[in-house]
Design a protein around this ligand. Structure first.
Ligand SMILES: Cc1cc2nc3c(=O)[nH]c(=O)nc-3n(C[C@H](O)[C@H](O)[C@H](O)COP(=O)(O)O)c2cc1C
Length: 211
């Protein structure tokens, strides 16, 4: 075993209080997101997406591509493991970890597919190589070796240069519609701040959780 028992860090970068927390979780997310983005080159848009398939949880990083009152959006292959999980169970969790500010944001919600028009608009905005990559990758399926993939890529790239490339039906976005947001701010002595916004019938309810 690698013993890490003595790895310790005090969290003392900030605080999160009910008195200054905005009414809307989106407003707080926007503020924290832009603070992180302004503080580092490291990708603020990387988020962990957790899904459940046949009772088995699974987590991986995806990139946040837009967010607003309707939800948080990412793009992927609908036939991938995550795509299959979401088809079976659209309940998902998102997680952001922003160590510079000693912050974590957790989102619970359900994922809905974007429309074909929305998928196409984003797909066509990507560099050609990324579009080709999306077309040739049978994401999450086994592949014999890397050469197979590169060969498929080279052939499709040549084809795309002369004939263009369409957004495949199996590729597109999901919008995660939040039901709950939790904002965590590290504090000294492990007395961290945790504020949870839950969606009720009259809007967002705020409560503090024990750390
Ligand atoms: C920094 C980073 C960004 C990623 N962004 C995406 C993304 O936006 N969409 C995506 O499908 N996979 C993305 N991936 C790859 C996924 O983590 C994962 O390997 C892939 O989607 C297959 O997951 P699945 O088999 O669980 O469906 C990213 C990985 C990393 C490390």
């Amino acid at each position: 075993m690698n013993n890490l028992h003595d790895d310790r860090k005090e969290y003392c970068s900030g605080e999160l209080l009910e008195s200054t927390a905005p009414k809307s979780p989106l407003e707080l997310f926007e503020a924290w997101f832009s603070e992180h983005r302004g503080s580092t080159e490291i990708d603020s848009t990387a988020m962990t997406l957790a899904t459940v398939h046949q009772g088995q949880p699974s987590a991986r990083i995806v990139l946040l591509k837009s967010f607003g009152p309707e939800g948080l959006e990412f793009f992927t292959n609908y036939n991938s493991q995550k795509g299959q999980a979401i088809s079976e169970n659209p309940s998902v969790a998102l997680l952001f970890f922003w160590p510079n500010q000693e912050r974590q944001v957790r989102v619970l919600g359900h994922a809905v597919r974007l429309t074909a028009a929305e998928n196409d608009a984003y797909f066509q905005s990507r560099p050609l190589e990324s579009r080709v990559g999306a077309v040739v990758s049978h994401q999450s399926a086994p592949v014999a070796d890397r050469a197979v993939l590169e060969e498929r890529f080279a052939q499709e790239l040549e084809r795309a240069k002369s004939h263009g490339i369409k957004c495949p039906e199996h590729w597109g976005g999901y919008r995660v519609v939040p039901q709950q947001w939790e904002f965590w701010q590290g504090r000294p002595s492990r007395l961290h701040d945790r504020l949870v916004y839950s969606l009720g019938k009259d809007g967002w309810n705020l409560e503090r959780l024990n750390p």
